[in-house]
Design a protein around this ligand. Structure first.
Ligand code: AHR
Length: 503
């Protein structure tokens, strides 16, 4: 029996809602078909946005959306995506399948989507192939409330009032697809470009995100911070040059060259996938240790704005579209990763899973007018109560290491616990085993549980939803627990995730 101890009195930090963020890129069928179908489509839509998808995302509670890329961001020229649609320039989406991008989804459409979703906005600018002026004018176009060339252009295009940019990314993966730069070169460009990301509304300053490392590139983190970190400036900008530093990390069990199938894998590959998901914690701690040297008060957020499983594309689909299925394995990866983010909420201030619809570890897949929710969707739904809550102390006694071979062992159970503003205790617990059910006894410092609601996501490890069988994996109510002497006892089935809300 594993014992989960919860000290609900020991609050350890605030879980920024943006940790549960998402990412929409002009890639494959993410934007077009997945989110945006146009006003003339037969698929029910509101101002061109798919109603079924928007409704499902709202129900999941999406706090922030990053757009337009990804690699696409450093090739995107925002002026191509404004004005009458018939006049918008067409371009080749060179990164993603070489297809024609008709720019019918641009700035106005992005803000319309965020408005419908009720989420914050994270716009990613172009450093790789764009100019400082272009970036500066984009910010002016979106946020300036007055008379200026760009504000006037926005008004001509039908939008009188400015929008709000909550976060602005200055380039994406500038060590790779965003310009193949060295850290020193990018860092100097970052300082220059971010200067012109103006705070036109001082009451709502834009949070600037500096392009951070890929996986374990500590050299990049050090190199960029050395040049870009500045202690608080006397000009209203709390953190000098940046508010956040990004980190990208994808799980591909077979490595970059041989990512493996999304739906066909054996036990060994399952555990490799779990071990690679758990590696996120080491990345946060080691990059975080470098950040601590510059920013011991943790004013700069670690922004994990691309994460998730990246497998081979579904057979028969365009390799450039990165369309993959999503099984219970993805659900466990999401659960494990979000428990890690919660536990590191002192440093991790935002994370965006890639990508929201029809691409890598998506929460929604579509096929024509049909839509399915993936197992990962249900995990986000179960974890949504952690948003804006306080992380509290928790630990598991009697946890053990499991796996099919000695070289790749992972803990049987993983958890995170928070207390929300109503005083409700939220527990999310994952059983990482393919075949071992785990008896658990949960106890609290003072809380005597009165009202409990719980949900479970479970299924055979390859289980996934399809357009023919859309509800094979879905969240269900969980009542197989007993409460005695203030303790809650239950068995966490193999390969499952359970969430509790306890008053
Ligand atoms: O998510 C797919 C791609 O992965 C993104 O466009 C890029 O930033 C990363 O390399």
């Amino acid at each position: 029996m594993a014992k989960l101890f919860i000290n609900e009195k020991n609050k350890k930090g605030h879980i920024n809602p943006e940790i549960y963020g998402h990412f929409a890129e002009h890639l494959g069928r993410c934007i077009y078909e997945g989110l945006y179908v146009g006003e003339d489509s037969d698929i029910p839509n509101v101002n061109g946005m798919r109603k079924d998808v928007v409704d499902a995302l709202k129900e999941m509670q999406i706090p922030v959306l990053r757009w337009p890329g990804g690699c696409f961001a450093d090739e995107y020229h925002w002026k191509d995506g404004i004005g009458p649609k018939e006049n918008r320039k067409k371009m080749i989406n060179t990164h993603w399948g070489g297809v024609v991008e008709d720019n019918s989804f641009g700035t106005h459409e992005f803000f319309e989507l965020c408005d419908q979703l009720g989420c914050k906005t994270y716009v990613n600018g172009n450093v790789g192939s764009g100019t400082v002026q272009e970036m500066s004018e984009w910010v002016e176009y979106i946020t300036f409330d007055g008379v200026s060339p760009m504000a006037d252009l926005r008004k001509e295009n039908g939008r009188e009032k400015p929008w709000k940019i909550d976060y602005f990314g200055v380039g994406n993966e500038n060590w790779g697809c965003g310009g193949s730069m060295t850290p020193e070169y990018y860092a100097n460009l970052y300082r220059r470009y971010q200067t012109y990301v103006r705070h036109y509304d001082n009451a709502a300053p834009i949070k600037k995100i500096c392009g951070g490392p890929n996986v374990a590139d500590y050299f990049w983190t050090e190199g960029v911070l050395k040049t870009c970190f500045a202690p608080p400036q006397p000009n209203n900008i709390p953190n000098g040059y940046m508010d956040g530093l990004s980190l990208h990390y994808y799980v591909h069990p077979g490595g970059w060259e041989n990512k493996g199938s999304a739906t066909e894998f054996d036990d060994a590959v399952w555990y490799t996938t779990m071990a690679k998901a758990l590696y996120m914690e080491e990345l946060i701690e080691r990059h975080g240790a470098i950040m601590d040297q510059y920013d011991p008060e943790k004013k700069i957020g670690m922004i994990v704005d691309e994460w998730g499983c990246w497998f081979d594309v579904e057979p028969g689909t365009n390799p450039g579209f990165l369309y993959q299925q999503n099984t219970m394995r993805d659900a466990l990866v999401a659960a494990v990763t979000m428990n890690i983010f919660n536990k590191h909420c002192d440093r991790v201030k935002m994370a965006c899973i890639a990508q929201m619809v029809n691409v890598l570890q998506s929460v929604i897949l579509t096929e024509g007018p049909k839509m399915i929710l993936t197992p990962t969707y249900h995990i986000f739904h179960m974890y949504k109560h952690h948003q804006d809550a306080a992380l509290v102390e928790s630990c598991i006694e009697g946890n053990k290491m499991i796996g099919v071979d000695e070289a790749c062992q992972v803990p049987l159970l993983g958890e995170s616990v928070s207390v929300d503003k109503e005083g409700c205790v939220n527990v999310t617990l994952a059983n990482l085993s393919v075949d071992e059910d785990a008896p658990v006894e949960m106890s609290f410092m003072e809380l005597a549980p009165k009202e409990i609601t719980a949900a479970i996501l479970r299924g055979e490890m390859h289980a996934h939803n399809t357009f023919d069988e859309p509800e094979k994996v879905k969240k269900e109510a969980f009542d197989a627990y007993e409460v005695k002497d203030g303790k809650i006892s239950f068995t966490a089935p193999a390969g499952s995730v359970i969430s509790f809300r306890i008053h």
